[in-house]
Design a binder for this molecule. Structure first.
Ligand code: FES
Length: 309
């Protein structure tokens, strides 16, 4: 829930005095006027101010390493929301941290494919090395370790990310070596994508502020070579075997509809129809919301929904 320390709104909603967003540690650097100016710069990017909330929360994390009560208050003030509303968002998404994060965030995928290939063994080994459990930070402040759900890189399983950059096809020893290097202050190159920064640095990027001095430096950073081989392997096998996916039913229908009509002409008809005024006499009551069977049509005769055996 969204109750925050000292938040009357949160307590009113939940009846709880405790909160999943922890009070600020004593040595937390305060948010400054610069933070507020950058928050306003983010807000100006959106036609509706509250759309800026997600990048603003990343901005708060870039300064304080987590979404602090002070950061929640700043977002609420600038957006005209209650702290409970901001807290509801901040506590919903796992990318927003409720406790101060270490210099690096190490996420180990323990979802199905990574797990059967050793994800849990990797997580357990790192947890033992760091002396932490899920979502805890090593005593030296270097690493916060977390389990992650599927990181959308199953073809590179088992996957570990550091500050959301990918380190593919890990095993226990390579992951332990990676974390040991991070703790020494090194920044091993990710398998693909942009160079590693740190949790606050990536939070700043996610807030929409570049880490790089100019556009050329930014382009050079993300244009690093990467391996696509595991992703392309299935495609190559299919090519060798002459296999292809069956056409989608809609594409067959579209081909039949446009047969005999040049593509440009068909597109012209479609766009003309899109721009045409609604037929006179049409009202909201005429519009089927899709939950009713059209009059005179038996269920199951449209190819949708249950039919008679
Ligand atoms: S299961 Fe790990 S990336 Fe999908």
């Amino acid at each position: 829930m969204s109750a925050l320390p000292g938040s009357a709104e949160g307590t009113a909603v939940t009846g709880l005095d405790s909160s999943p967003v922890e009070p600020a540690p004593i040595d937390l650097p305060p948010l400054t006027e610069q933070t507020r100016l950058e928050a306003r710069e983010i807000i100006a990017r959106y036609p509706v101010a509250r759309s800026a909330l997600l990048p603003m929360l990343h901005l708060v994390q870039s300064y304080q390493g987590y979404v602090s009560p002070e950061g929640v208050a700043l977002c609420a003030e600038e957006l005209g929301l209650t702290k409970a509303e901001v807290g509801a968002v901040a506590t919903f998404y796992t990318m927003y941290k409720r406790r101060p994060t270490g210099r690096h965030l190490v996420s180990v995928c323990t979802n199905t494919l990574c797990n059967v290939l050793g994800g849990k063994r990797i997580f357990d080994a790192l947890a033992a090395d760091l002396g932490v459990h899920h979502d805890e930070t090593a005593a030296d402040g270097s690493i916060t370790l977390e389990h992650a759900e599927c990181l959308a890189a199953c073809d590179y399983a088992p996957v570990v990310t550091v500050d959301y950059e990918f380190y593919d096809q890990q095993d226990v020893e390579s992951a332990r070596a990676l974390v040991a290097a991070l703790r020494r202050g090194e920044k091993p190159a990710p398998t693909r994508g942009a160079p590693l920064t740190d949790f606050r640095g990536i939070s700043r990027q996610l807030a929409g502020f570049s880490q790089y001095g100019d556009a050329a430096a930014a382009r050079a950073a993300v244009d690093t070579p990467g391996s696509l081989e595991p992703t392309l392997r299935g495609l190559r096998l299919a090519e060798q075997r002459g296999e292809s996916a069956p056409p989608m039913p809609r594409s067959e229908q579209s081909a039949a509809d446009s047969s005999g009509a040049p593509a440009a002409e068909a597109a012209g008809v479609e766009s003309a129809q899109r721009g045409a005024p609604e037929p006179a006499g049409r009202s909201l009551a005429d519009q089927n919301d899709g939950t009713e069977t059209p009059a005179g049509q038996a269920p199951g005769t449209t190819g949708q929904g249950p039919g008679k055996a």
